[in-house]
Design a protein. Structure first.
Lengths: 542, 313, 212
């Protein structure tokens, strides 16, 4: 076997060969390991919170420690797990494969962005180990600048670095998708995952710098003792919120758009059909990216911004729901007259559709001004965004991970266990978060360590659900590791999917394709189906 | 065991908000039904191996797409309009409200009644009367949230914010701080007592406050030396305050400003920022010399000197 | 296999590499615009709130330094552009002197800025306990923004000069030709961005409202 045909895993197995790699596939693996570490720490924080909330008086933690737990949970989950998850792991691994390129446009920058991420993570962990941060992941001023006695600056610096890591990743993807497509791979032959990653990258590049400067200004104000959010010199703490949400609302779309991309890949593959309304699904990603920049003020309906600002942000928030609805309709329509099978990735995607739709519909409650006034800052909001981010994004990440796992490792995982885990996750998730909608409308504020006794039943249900959810996340960890050694060989294309990534061996060789592929047809060109749902042999196969 | 599934309604806003809430709930169930019933049908009918017609669809994709783009957009606009209407109602208080001041401080709520009664973490209000809260923060951002009234408003340092409600049921209701404010945020809560008007009068009288808010402000006005300049006989030329509240005053930069709580606040704390036309910027700042409670007392005093409307009568 | 050793292994050919590198810099500059954007937004908001104080405070910035620096920086922008143009026209020998001139003008900017900062400290316009109490109440806000915006710009200048030293070294070693000068072009873009930021900072911090 000569050097170019060897798969990427075999191209050196020293630690050095991994830490200095510029191969997008290996960098994807490095990211996978690092985000799992952060996910684990953030999940422990969540578990401690949920355990503490079993009783109204919160017997497990002191209020100060509780506050640190939700801050750790929020910061690590948002910046060190959710935002990097699909882009840096699956995006890094499959984008060049899907477009028929040897690597991303800037492989060295790609590795550099991983190091930035790790150094940022180091600062975040240092802040946690040295005593934690108690501001919440939102760092609202003046609490963060003048009142908190915790390690805000280290944490902000860690996020600042992780932010630049995201920016570099986004830059790399935009340029890669624009300039590195294989011959014949026109924009409208791109798989929808690529469209959604392109839209995501635009948000990464344009929104993250605003977060970076905002956190920098906040940190400088804290260190210097005076700054632009300081009411003593006429500063407006609400300006911080505007700048923060100018990033952090689009950040929600950084999390969900890649998930939508995965769904489009999986739905077509497991119903063996072309996507319904390719152009609408593709452009709705772009519409979400654009509109997503104009709705940040819906986080601030009760922050004392003007009535008219509230109205404008409300109407735009309703409009941003429309492209998401279009996607759900198109995915449903794709199933019609398909040949549906229920392997693990498909089960996760069906879970995604249910949970994301509930998350989206409850988003309408929050966009409605009068209702938002009541539920803002309550568990209703907590439930809503967990339905989007965990029910939507994490479920899609699991779908994608299971879908491309054979490509990444060359091995199959035990199918039955995979299906079981997907089912447990769906049940555990709903049990954890559905009661929180009720709690929220009843008026239980978020970020509280003690609560009124009449809320206990729902909190106990939620904690019970969280423990089921914990099992659902540990199970894949075990069987995926098991599959690395004992899993059946996957072959090039175990799902019989279309797409260039399936036309190369699993795991792929170092430079992805033995020869540069030439693309001659649209994506998802699954063959016609007979009455029982089997592919009709066409001339192409003969 | 008593397990609530829906919060009590105890204000006019609550009823209006809940009507939208129930509409949204019904709408959500409807959407779930029209998306998931067909989806489940497809999953069943078109599962691999089941006999079904799977020939490619001959339909106009564009027409379908436009339909399911336009209809949700129109529904969304309708929901926006309804939500905005109730929001307007919530945000714009009716005339002749009962004025109560609320000061948020890590980690307690201090309440001032015009009659001089003060409370901590308790708020007594009469039934059937619109109450307007003027709120200030001594430190970080707080938020005054009464679930039973469906109202909520951030309390932001450096400015006044307001919210109003009209209680519709006698009872005791919880209120919370719903903007995270530090270590004991979860303890920053209290109870609203909605009382019949006669009970409320009795409660006010029972408190036997020494001074009304305005009189306490008047005392402060003299102690701080404000009276040295702001009287007609003074040698220093300072604006007279009688009948000032509610007036439209010209400023030295040629613009006009309405004298309200925020105007008075800014002029006490940062007098150099906007100087009324015809006056010099002589007034010293009282930033750091008066706290939020005293500031509200001073404002109550200035209000007690009459409003423009009353003067015109 | 590849026709040119300058082409990195992930690319097919030179045009693809050039397109990728240039586009990468453009995307990065979009990020930079938004990075400064947060500060510009804060400036706009507070200038609107405290117009009179901002104008009063602005009279305490020294327009002479600002103007000299504008001239220095724009001249460096010109020499940079000429260097890129020279590479495109294959006039290889003039690239190094032009780049050196760009660096000298850039350093000149930094020297002038240092002198100005020194004078600012002397005039007690650094926000904090030591701030000149005779200035109007919101002058601190103006000067906070002044230090933050010029400080961030100065950091970009220092990075830019570092990058210029790097391409000067490449140019000195005769790495560039009309066929290959991508690093020069890309860093030229970055330098132009640093120039343009200053073109906005100069009026905002020294000029607008000064006459009144």
């Amino acid at each position: 076997m000569n050097e170019t045909q060897k798969n990427y895993l075999g191209a050196g197995d020293t630690v050095r060969s991994w830490l200095l790699t510029t191969d997008h596939k290996r960098i994807g693996i490095l990211y996978l390991l690092s985000i799992l570490l952060f996910f684990f720490i953030a999940a422990v924080a969540a578990a401690l919170m949920r355990a503490d909330l079993l009783t109204p008086q919160g017997d497990l933690l002191l209020s100060d420690n509780y506050n640190k737990m939700f801050t750790i949970h929020g910061v690590l989950m948002v910046w060190f797990f959710l935002i990097p998850s699909i882009p840096t792991v699956l995006g890094n691994f499959v984008i060049p494969l899907m477009i028929g390129a040897r690597d991303v446009a800037f492989p060295k920058l790609n590795l550099f962005s991983w190091y930035l991420f790790i150094i940022g993570g180091f600062f975040a962990l240092a802040a946690i180990i040295r005593g934690g941060v108690d501001t919440g992941w939102t760092f609202y001023t003046p609490y963060s600048t003048a009142y908190s006695n915790s390690h805000v600056v280290e944490m902000a610096f860690g996020i600042f670095l992780a932010g630049f890591s995201s920016i570099i990743t986004g830059m790399n993807f935009i340029v890669t998708i624009q300039t590195m497509r294989a011959p014949g791979m026109t924009w409208f032959r791109l798989p929808l995952f690529i469209w959604s990653m392109f839209a995501t990258s635009i948000i990464l590049v344009l929104a993250t710098p605003v977060l970076a400067i905002t956190l920098a200004l906040m940190a400088v104000e804290r260190l210097w003792g005076i700054g632009i959010f300081d009411p003593r010199i006429g500063g407006d703490p609400v300006l911080f919120q505007h700048l923060f949400w100018f990033y952090s609302h689009p950040a929600v779309y950084i999390m969900i758009l890649p998930g939508m991309g995965v769904v489009s890949e999986v739905v077509t593959c497991f119903s063996r059909k072309k996507i319904f309304g390719y152009y609408f699904v593709a452009f709705s990603s772009v519409a979400i990216a654009v509109l997503g920049f104009l709705v940040w003020g819906h986080h601030m309906f009760v922050s004392s911004q003007s009535l008219f600002a509230g109205m404008a942000f409300s109407i735009l928030s309703f409009l941003v729901a429309v492209p998401s609805a279009i996607k759900v309709f198109n995915w449903t329509m794709t199933l019609y007259r398909g040949s549906i099978s229920f392997e693990t990735p498909m089960l996760y995607v069906l879970g995604f559709l249910g949970l994301f739709t509930i998350g989206g519909l409850t988003g309408l409650f929050l966009a409605t001004l009068a209702v938002d006034v009541h539920v803002h800052g309550t568990y209703f909001v907590v439930a809503h965004f967990h339905y989007i981010m965990v029910g939507g994004m994490v479920t899609a990440f699991m779908a994608g991970l299971h879908y491309w796992w054979p490509k990444i490792t060359g091995r199959m995982y035990p199918e039955k266990l995979g299906q079981l885990a997907a089912l447990i996750m769906f049940i555990g998730f709903n049990l954890t978060f559905f009661p929180q909608f009720i709690l929220g409308y009843l008026g239980m504020p978020r970020r509280v360590h003690e609560y009124a006794p009449e809320f206990q039943v729902y909190n106990v249900l939620s904690t019970a659900g969280a423990s089921i959810l914990g099992v659902a996340y540990l199970l894949p960890l075990i069987y995926l590791l098991w599959s690395l050694r004992y899993g059946a060989r996957a072959g090039d294309n175990p799902w019989r999917a279309t797409g260039l990534e399936w036309s190369t061996p699993s795991p792929p060789p170092k430079h992805n394709f033995p020869e540069v592929p030439v693309v001659t047809h649209d994506p998802y060109n699954y063959p016609p189906l007979d009455e029982t749902g089997e592919a009709v042999a066409t001339k192409r196969d003969l | 065991m008593n397990i609530p599934i829906f919060p009590g309604e105890a204000s006019t806003t609550a009823a209006a908000t809940d009507r939208i809430y129930f509409f949204l709930l019904a709408f959500s169930v409807f959407v779930l039904a029209i998306v998931f019933l067909p989806m489940i049908y497809c999953l069943f009918k078109y599962r691999r191996g089941n006999r079904a017609n799977r020939s490619p669809l001959q339909v106009s994709t564009t027409r379908i797409e436009i339909t399911w783009t336009v209809i949700p957009t129109l529904i969304a606009l309708g929901m926006f309009a309804w939500g905005a209407e109730v929001y307007f109602y919530e945000e714009v208080p009716p005339p002749n409200t009962l004025e109560i001041n609320v000061i948020g401080k890590q980690w307690m709520w201090k309440i001032q009644h015009q009659e001089g009664n003060r409370e901590i973490n308790e708020l007594h209000v009469p039934l059937g009367r619109a109450v307007r809260l003027t709120m200030a923060s001594e430190d970080v951002i707080h938020d005054f949230f009464v679930p039973a009234f469906r109202i909520k408003q951030d309390v932001v340092p450096g400015r006044f914010t307001t919210e109003w409600f009209e209680p519709t049921r006698v009872g005791t209701y919880r209120f919370y701080c719903s903007e995270y404010c530090g270590a004991n945020h979860s303890e920053m809560q209290g109870l609203v007592y909605v009382m019949t008007p006669s009970d409320y009068e009795a409660w006010l009288a029972h408190g036997k406050p020494q001074d009304t808010l305005a009189r306490a402000g008047g005392k402060l006005f003299r102690e701080l030396g404000c009276s040295g300049c702001h009287v007609n006989s003074s040698a220093i030329h300072a604006p007279p305050l009688d009948g000032l509240y509610g007036k439209l005053v010209p400023l030295s930069d040629g613009t006009f400003a309405r004298v309200d709580d925020q105007y008075l606040r800014d002029h006490i704390l940062l007098p150099a920022r906007q100087v009324p036309a015809g006056y010099q910027a002589l007034m010293p700042t009282f930033e750091g010399r008066v706290n939020e409670e005293q500031l509200l007392q001073l404002i109550a005093y200035i209000k007690s000197l009459g409003t423009t409307e009353e003067k015109n009568k | 296999m590849k026709e040119n050793s300058m082409v990195a292994e992930q690319f097919e050919d030179m045009p693809q590499q050039v397109e990728a590198a240039t586009m990468g810099m453009w995307v990065f500059l979009a990020t930079e615009v938004l990075f400064f954007g947060g500060l510009f937004m804060a400036y706009i908001v507070y200038r609107h709130f405290y117009a009179a104080d901002f104008i009063a405070a602005m009279k305490h910035t020294d327009i002479r330094y600002g103007t000299i620096n504008s001239v220095l920086l724009l001249t460096s922008g010109l020499t940079m552009a000429l260097a890129v143009q020279a590479a495109a026209e294959n006039r290889i020998r003039v690239i190094t002197p032009l780049l050196l001139a760009t660096i000298v003008f850039g350093l000149g900017f930094l020297v002038v800025k240092t002198l100005e900062y020194k004078e600012d400290l002397h005039d007690r316009v650094l926000p904090g306990a030591n701030f000149d109490p005779s200035l109007p109440p919101h002058a601190q806000m103006f000067f906070w923004l002044y230090w933050a915006m010029t400080g961030l710009h100065t950091i970009h200048m220092i990075v830019g000069i570092g990058l210029l030293l790097f391409v000067t070294m490449l140019s000195w070693r005769r790495k560039f030709s009309a066929q290959y000068y991508t690093p020069l072009e890309v860093i030229g873009l970055y330098w132009a961005f640093v120039d343009i930021v200053w073109i906005y900072l100069y009026p905002l911090l020294y000029l607008i409202g000064r006459h009144s």
